[in-house]
Design a protein around this ligand. Structure first.
Ligand code: UT7
Length: 330
């Protein structure tokens, strides 16, 4: 048995902030942001979402969408191990910006979604969080402990943004993505899941404190160049490691964490793969941390660009410095 993705869902705040909007409040400009990062706009949660609800409400919306699709598939007889939400036995939320220290966001979601028979916990691994959550759920399913799981990547880095630091403030956006997973003994599912931490570089990207309501004290600090160099070096390495399990089959898409279009282009070049195989939506969302991979997967799925049986390689990297890759048949 292994975990297969049954359905996906995503959610972002309504409010968009363009590069021109940012240039009105800090010394930056659209041209610099677009050419250095690829970002044109990002979604930032404002007063439409109460502060104590940001991660919870974005995650809940993403989960409701994913569960609704899974339930429709179950009705059509296409969801195998998943018959209905009462079958969810495990909820894992990857977030580094939870609304509260505790309870775990996963427990609040479990209650709100009525998933009574589930174990629920959070994982904190910043931009690599979704890879860690999906890999953990796959390990439980492989071990035969659970059959159906809900995994979420959600972050609101706007709550840790120092709007006076143009080197970080222009990069991030808020959002959540969710996947319903089921046990598969067929062709589709996770083939291999790899997670590493560099064992150095913890000081290259960090939040200064745990005061979510006092952003100026908590704001993140980043050595952008160091993180950039690390990402460009380590992402191809871990992808190659994952591809060893592909047994010569061709990967349709490399779904990378959306941190910077130049990082994605550099990884494609190092892997000697065409950019067409590296879908991206960083233009519209910025870097949504743990949410970027499931938001992109959800878009690809809704646009019909990925279909059952496609070989995908997901890869995340970021604070830690952590990085990982998952090779799966969709
Ligand atoms: O999920 C993982 C999270 N983090 C990352 O992935 C970040 C990885 N790093 C990066 O993406 C890039 O290093 C950045 C986008 C953060 C920075 O790009 P860069 O090409 O490395 O620029 P830089 O830091 O070398 O700065 C070049 C110039 C500097 O000016 P001077 O010293 O040459 O006069 C900066 O002060 O650009 C200036 N600059 C800006 N100018 C306009 C830095 N930020 C801005 C800005 N607008 N927002």
């Amino acid at each position: 048995m292994k975990a297969e993705i049954i359905s996906l869902g995503a959610s972002v705040p309504e409010k968009t902030v363009t590069n021109d909007d940012l240039s009105k409040i800090m010394d930056t400009n659209d041209e610099w942001i677009r050419t250095r990062t690829g970002i044109r706009e990002r979604h930032i949660s404002g007063e439409d979402i109460p502060d104590e609800e940001k991660i919870f409400s974005l995650s809940l919306d993403a989960c409701e969408k994913a569960l609704k699709r899974a339930e429709e598939m179950a009705e059509a007889g296409a969801a195998r191990s998943f018959k209905g939400r009462e079958d969810i036995e495990l909820v894992i939320v990857a977030t580094s910006t939870p609304d509260f220290s505790f309870p775990a966001t996963a427990c609040r979601l479990q209650e709100a979604l009525g998933l009574k028979a589930a174990a629920a916990f959070d994982i904190s691994l910043a931009c690599t969080g979704f890879i860690a959550a999906l890999g953990t759920a796959d390990a439980y399913i492989r071990a035969g402990i659970y059959k159906n799981a809900l995994v979420v990547g959600a972050d609101a880095l706007s709550r840790l943004t120092d709007w006076g630091d143009r080197g970080t403030a222009v990069l991030f956006g808020d959002g959540a993505g969710a996947a319903v997973l089921g046990a598969s003994d067929g062709d589709s599912g996770v083939i291999t899941s790899i997670l590493h931490s560099a064992g150095s570089g913890a000081g290259a990207l960090y939040s200064k404190a745990m005061y979510f309501n006092e952003a100026e004290k908590a704001a993140m600090a980043m050595d952008g160049k160091r993180v950039y160099d690390f990402a460009v070096r380590k992402t191809p390495e871990v992808i190659r490691e994952a591809l060893e399990a592909a047994e010569g089959q061709e990967v349709k898409f490399f779904v990378l964490h959306q941190a910077n279009i130049r990082i994605i282009e550099a990884v494609a070049k190092r892997l000697k793969e065409p950019m067409e195989k590296f879908p991206h939506n960083i233009e519209r969302y910025g870097n949504t941390s743990a949410a970027s991979i499931p938001i992109l997967l959800d878009e690809l799925s809704r646009e019909g660009k990925i279909e059952k049986g496609d070989l995908l390689c997901l890869s995340g990297f970021g604070a830690g410095l952590a990085y990982g890759a998952i090779l799966l048949k969709y």
